[in-house]
Ligand binder design. Sequence first.
Ligand code: ATP
Ligand code: MG
Length: 332
Amino acid sequence: KPRLFSGMQPSADSLHAGNYIGALLQWKSLQQDYDAVFCVVDLHAITVPQDPATLREKTRRTAAQYIAAGIDPSASTLYVQSHVPAHAQLAWVLNTITGMGEASRMTQFKDKAAKHGADAASVGLFTYPILQAADVLLYDAEIVPVGEDQRQHIELTRDLAQRFNTRFGETFVVPEVSILKETAKIYDLQNPTAKMSKSGEAENGILWLLDEPNRLVKKIKSAVTDNDGSVHFDPEGKPGVSNLLTLLSVLGGTSIETLEHEFAGRGYGDLKGAVADAVVAEFGPVRERALELLADPAELDRVLAVNADRANEIAEATLARAYDRIGFLPKL
Ligand code: ATP
Ligand code: MG
């Protein structure tokens, strides 16, 4: 089976609807056909300030949500990034073949740096995409299913792989980007031109996977729409309504066109009601399973340890190949 790699940051207690739709749903359907590697990328999470005690807990919670959403840790490899030292080691090597100019063009860095204040942004935040390239390349991944917001980073990964291969000889597999076009991006309910994000500002704008059902309903009912009053998909002109239609379409398995017909002549209240039902039906069982898993942290840690051993085996072999090509003296 071809290899697949993807990951999420343990940067909040819960994942959100964007992570679920943009990543987890795809992961779940792809894991049958691929040798899938799913990582909780804690090295990435510390590129912005994290509190040590809560980082540990968020890491467990993120892993539990992967499993609860349907990732099978005995069929796929599901592990924590800091348990596999080769990520940091390969990232260093890739740092040395990345241009300052090309790294400076990464829009996620610009967005996140602006939020934290340009001077407060860490060098780690700047080199984040290079660590991400190392993540993917260590596993010889052929596909990397991510949301639209990660496209630029995967393009960089491809460039770095090709550059290394050209300079030092065939070493890395050059991965494909895999993004589900229409459903790729979910927006903040309160600010529907900004992507829903774990580090988003308005708590009411984020649908957390672990929210209690009545919280989800409240947030959806208070989602920002417009004064036009008709249910149409128009991301430019009607971002709020379009975002609700996307949610309903993906979770209910109905096309946007069908929904536009179904809601013709009906108000936003009806649309929000339908979205709330769909979200609660989808998130409810995932939440319950995640809470069950979190009730036994020792067992969860054991599963993660076994999976990290599997990941280490693959990653160490790739790192050794890269070290050899670059001319490092092997240790006897
Ligand atoms: P942070 O704000 O800490 O960066 P995040 O919400 O962007 O968190 P990540 O851990 O960076 O989440 O990304 C995990 C995965 O979720 C990636 O594949 C990313 O493309 C996807 N993703 C994140 N936000 C969205 C969104 N709003 N819509 C669709 N996919 C998303
Ligand atoms: Mg992100």
